[in-house]
Design a protein around this ligand. Structure first.
Ligand SMILES: Cc1cc2nc3c(=O)[nH]c(=O)nc-3n(C[C@H](O)[C@H](O)[C@H](O)COP(=O)(O)OP(=O)(O)OC[C@H]3O[C@@H](n4cnc5c(N)ncnc54)[C@H](O)[C@@H]3O)c2cc1C
Length: 509
């Protein structure tokens, strides 16, 4: 018979629960036991060994289309990388960079020639890569990157160059030591001197012996706040030449004579279309942070059910710390939020799977997916920072010992609020998306509708001082009609309250 706990876990695990169970079994192997060392040499070697075992077990194939040598199960691919967070976040990030970011750029921005040349090799780790977008000068504003890729029709090559010190590629996972090839984001310039915006190029950065290629200078970011197993580094290019074919040309191409062509005319729209195809990284980072939060809350809950402090009145037994209300109020809301975020993440992964495995994804749905991925990444990673810190404190001094995992979880997830899009910048992206959709609705209104709209919103809604007032009124209104449906415990009521709150806030803004 299935126990309540199993039912609950099945519900929380969602559509890819079999993958999760298989990963749980794999991660129980000794080699994947959580370990912690701030020593980057040991940590990097350990992660490299673990990654090889994952590759040999076929862990990466789901992320790539069948015709490119994979299995084409996007949801399974995201789920597997997320689950690595249960073992070690450095491993999760290394796998995410190799198969999600580097592999994702080849798969989604490249065409047949790139798929043939690289996909199978990168799945098997015969080709180690990195994703070189961020520069010292620009991280959030990636449209302003300074690295240039200037086309030379004489030799039919692109010349990749870092024209200023701030054009140096920075923080790049894999660039310090392991990557042989980089997918480099650079401003494409044609022979007529015209700039066409940021495009992505495959650039070899190291030879088989691990030495920098001519014109390439790599260096190591060394010690960071966490993720000791990830070799983050910097890359500077000095007129490095790559063949014309190394442009990942799914969305734009340059002919041998230097003529530029793209089906998407607007450079801004073209760039954001390219970025949109790389959404999986963002989805995985949010999901992994949430998984790390669950690990921490699990540790803190188990501790609270064992640990006793202070003798109970009229008893010679000490009180279980979980029996203190304040302790419950610290942990239970965070556990509840973890459940909620997990269900939301499951829906996001399913939607991402649907759109990325469809031959003709709906543009509107894609835009909505991008906004949701951005919002949920911010919510998940901020939740992780908070929950892990609370879990650490809830375990007292024991929580501060490395062997109990919490300090590593805290240190490793810290940067999840920054990479794959800084959380504040992502939140602005969500706001922009919501306001644009709202503006579109308003634009289509007739004069009569305008008057009604102004009267309703300006009169009744915007003038209300707090959103809470509207929500309480909504509950009261519904309750009068139907006690059952309006009950705060009714799921429909809860959803409606959230919807009303969103609508109210949007209208107010
Ligand atoms: C460990 C690690 C690994 C990384 N791995 C990679 C990798 O593999 N590949 C890669 O390409 N990059 C990688 N990055 C880079 C990462 O993606 C960037 O650090 C991130 O995008 C933020 O850019 P930034 O550091 O330039 O910060 P900035 O963009 O300078 O942001 C600094 C602050 O300014 C705020 N800010 C910025 N713009 C606005 C605005 N418009 N309105 C309000 N506030 C704003 C931000 O909220 C933030 O708090 C990695 C970074 C780290 C630390």
């Amino acid at each position: 018979m299935t126990s309540t706990a199993e039912h609950l876990r099945n519900a929380l695990d969602g559509r890819w629960r079999d993958i999760k169970n298989a990963m749980r079994a794999r991660l129980s192997d000794e080699i994947f036991r959580p370990h912690y060392t701030p020593n980057t040499v040991i940590a990097r070697a350990k992660v490299a060994e673990q990654l090889k075992i994952m590759a040999a077990a076929g862990a990466a194939e789901d992320g790539f289309r069948k015709e490119h040598g994979g299995n084409g199960d996007v949801g399974a691919a995201i789920t597997q990388i997320e689950m690595l967070a249960m073992s070690d976040l450095s491993l999760m990030v290394k796998a995410g960079v190799q198969w999600g970011l580097f592999g994702g750029a080849i798969e989604n921005l490249g065409t047949e020639r790139h798929h043939k040349a690289y996909v199978r090799r990168l799945i098997d780790l015969d080709l180690l890569g990195c994703f070189a977008m961020t520069e010292t000068g620009h991280g959030s504003d990636v449209q302003s990157l300074e690295t240039t890729a200037t086309y030379d029709p004489e030799t039919q090559e692109f010349v990749i160059h870092s024209p200023t010190p701030s054009a140096r590629k920075d923080y790049i996972g894999g660039a310090a030591e392991t990557a042989r090839v980089a997918t480099v984001f650079a401003q494409l310039i044609t022979p007529d001197g015209e700039g066409h915006g940021v495009h992505c190029f495959v650039v070899p950065i190291r030879d088989d012996m691990g030495n920098d290629m001519p014109g390439v200078t790599t260096s190591d970011c060394h010690y960071k706040g966490g993720l000791p197993g990830v070799d983050n580094g910097r890359i500077v290019f000095d007129h490095v030449r790559v063949p014309r074919e190394n442009l990942l040309n799914r969305y734009a191409d340059v002919a041998p004579d230097g003529t530029y062509s793209s089906l998407i005319e607007n450079p801004g729209r073209r760039f954001f279309t390219m970025l949109g195809t790389l959404i999986r990284g963002r989805v995985t980072v949010g999901g992994s942070a949430a998984a790390a939060a669950r690990v921490a809350l699990d540790i803190a809950t188990r501790y609270a059910l064992e640990r006793r402090q202070f003798e109970a009145p009229k008893s010679d037994e000490e009180v279980l710390i979980m029996d203190y209300l304040v302790h419950q109020r610290r942990l239970l809301p965070l556990i509840a939020k973890s459940y909620a975020l997990q269900f939301a993440q499951n829906e996001l992964v399913a939607k991402c799977h649907e759109l990325q495995t469809s031959d003709d994804p709906d543009a509107e749905e894609q835009r909505e997916l991008e906004a949701r991925a951005a919002g949920l990444k911010a919510a998940n990673t901020w939740h992780a920072s908070r929950a892990i810190q609370e879990a650490r404190e809830a375990c007292g001094g024991a929580g501060y010992l490395a062997e109990n995992r919490l300090i590593a979880l805290r240190a490793d997830t810290d940067v999840f609020t920054t990479f794959e899009g800084d959380n504040h910048v992502l939140t602005q992206l969500v706001a922009k998306e919501l306001l644009t959709a709202y503006a579109d609705d308003i634009k289509g209104m007739s004069p009569v509708e305008w008057v009604r709209f102004a009267a309703n919103y300006a009169g009744e809604r915007v003038l209300k001082r707090t959103a809470a007032e509207t929500i309480i009124q909504t509950v009261l209104d519904t309750r009068q009609d139907n006690e059952e449906e309006g009950s705060l415990f009714n799921r429909g009521t809860q959803v409606k309250m959230f919807e009303d709150r969103e609508e109210y806030m949007l209208a107010s803004v």
